[in-house]
Structures are given as structure tokens and as C-alpha cells.
Design a protein around this ligand. Sequence first.
Ligand SMILES: [Zn+2]
Ligand SMILES: [Zn+2]
Ligand SMILES: [Zn+2]
Length: 233
Amino acid sequence: MATKVTYVCNTCGYSYTSVNEIFWLDENGKIVIKPLARATSAESYSSPLKGFFVKYYCYDCKEFISKFIISKKAREISDEYVFHLIDGYDDSLKIVQYDDAFQRCLKCGTGLPVRAEYSFSYDTDDEFHINRDFLGFSEGDSHKFAGLYYGYFCSQCKKQINKFVITENNANFDDSEIKAILEEHTNDLTIFLRRDYDICPECGEKVYYLNQNSTCPYCRRDKLYISDHIDFD
Ligand SMILES: [Zn+2]
Ligand SMILES: [Zn+2]
Ligand SMILES: [Zn+2]
């Protein structure tokens, strides 16, 4: 399901609409970006290259940055060709990141297949949620932190590994706080990766996902407020 959120600045009237989107390589060999809905999930299902698409903002360069998170890439497509395709999509600044699903066993080093892919969130009431639908979590400020969960099992070592990829950290927790919360709500080997911030490829400063309470990128004198929120499929 896609969520479309419109933010406005009450001081200067600037408005920004964010939609959770996916990208894939279509039959004509072109990159397509569309809202994440049932139809587009089906359409992209058998594509040899696909993933998530996110927009960030660099306050220093005053530009939006496109981020492509690759979740699937067929072996016959080279990394160079992936960069070439994505770079040719438009002339925005871009960040390309490979999916965090790849994992080796922490004991024996064997590459492990993913056995479970969920999303998770830790909400403002300190409740921990695992969402069975990997693509189901939506952006927003109703949680302190959120992200994707990957489960692995090494049959040689009989060890379960839980991996949490933090994609949102509204509460600005530091690593030790995140670790403590995750360990409290899971058992077995638990590891986590921070993906809640990125660096501008142009100037090297931190880039931001525009959200409720983000500084208005236009006037910079006020914050953004949610003016509209629609879920659609
Ligand atoms: Zn192992
Ligand atoms: Zn920049
Ligand atoms: Zn403004």
C-alpha cells in the first residue's frame, strides 16, 4: 500500500508531497519509478532489477537527492550497468545502495539465505511491532524508530540471526539505545545497521528525509506540517 503525505509550511506556503515508491527495470530496459501499490508490486515482481526509491533533501545544496535501494539484481546484470541505468534516469543527484539482505553467519562465515523479511517499528508508547508485510510500514512520526527486519538461520551452527536495518530514527536514539531496545525485544544473535541518514554526494553534508517537523526548505523559518494524508492501493 502506498501512503501519500502532503506537508506545508504555514509561513511561506511551500508544500511538498511524499509517496513511498519503488523502482524497477521494465521490459524495454528502462527504469520506472511508481508508488508502491498492489499493481506495481505485481508489475515489478519478475523484473531482474528492482528496489525502493526515496527522496532526500540537502539543505546545503538546496537540492533533492534520489536514493535507489536495490533489493533484487539478477546475476547477469553488472554493477556498472546498474549505475549506468540509474544515472541515466534523470539529472538529479543520486545515491545507490545495495540491499542489506546479504548476510554471513557470524560464527562460520557461510553466506546465509534470508528466511524472513518483515518490517518493524518501536512506537511512541514504547511498543515493539513486527509487521509481517515487508513492504507494509509507512513513513510517519508515530514511531520512535522503524525499519526492516531480516531473519537468517545457519543450519551448520544451528544459530538464528536477527538483523534490524534502521531506516527511521525520529527519536534520535544513539547506537547503544537502539541496541538495548532491540535486545530487550528479541533473542538469539541480534545485529543492526543504521540507514537512517545519508550523505549528500555533492557536498558531503547530511541529507534529510522531509517529514513532519522538518525545517521548511524554502524559507527555513518554520517547520513543515502534515496537511493531507492518503493511503491507496
Ligand atoms: Zn554458521
Ligand atoms: Zn549537498
Ligand atoms: Zn517556508
